[in-house]
Design a binder for this molecule. Structure first.
Ligand code: FEO
Length: 169
């Protein structure tokens, strides 16, 4: 595998684990707020991010690459009202999309079609991740300002259940 592509994939393991840590922090924030539906939604989101990390890890191992783990940074986001994590979440997903695109561009440059095929799944996934994050903001804007609406929204988010990634390596 091309050195640059392998390095970027290795770094992406760390970025995905950071995403998990960030979303666990959001979950923790909502737990303190007493909003167990939001807490649940972000806890599941954190699990999805760990899955993403494991997919990159396994892919590197499957291709005989050495993996190096680095420290995972402290979750950084600006606290504010209950909308703040949702906005930070969307901004973060856009950032992750840019990282996936960068790896794709590097793989494209060296005709690493196998890695491009792996990344096709992540490109699609990022589309869904950004939409989910954006939908959360819209729903919060529409219903979150009124106590009954917030209760209903929280109840809806409590119903989210974990499902394993559709990508099998
Ligand atoms: Fe791993 Fe939320 O993208």
């Amino acid at each position: 595998m091309d050195t640059k592509v392998a390095k970027l994939l290795n770094e992406q393991i760390n970025k995905e684990l950071y995403s998990a840590y960030l979303y666990l922090d959001f979950s923790n924030y909502y737990a303190e707020e007493g909003l167990d539906g939001f807490e649940n939604w972000y806890r599941i989101q954190a699990q999805e991010e760990r899955d993403h990390a494991m997919l990159f890890y396994q892919y590197l191992l499957n291709n005989g690459q050495k993996v190096t783990f680095e420290a995972i940074a402290k979750p950084e986001w600006e606290m504010g009202d209950r909308m703040a994590p949702l906005k930070a979440g969307l901004a973060h997903e856009k950032y992750v999309t840019s990282l996936i695109n960068d790896i794709y561009a590097a793989a494209f440059e060296v005709h690493d079609f196998r890695t491009m095929q792996l990344l096709d799944w992540f490109v699609k996934e990022q589309g869904e991740e950004e939409k989910n994050a954006s939908d959360m903001i819209t729903k919060m804007e529409l219903f979150g300002t009124d106590a009954k609406g917030l209760y209903m929204l929280n109840s809806e988010l409590k119903g989210r259940v974990y499902s394993a990634p559709s990508l099998v390596l």
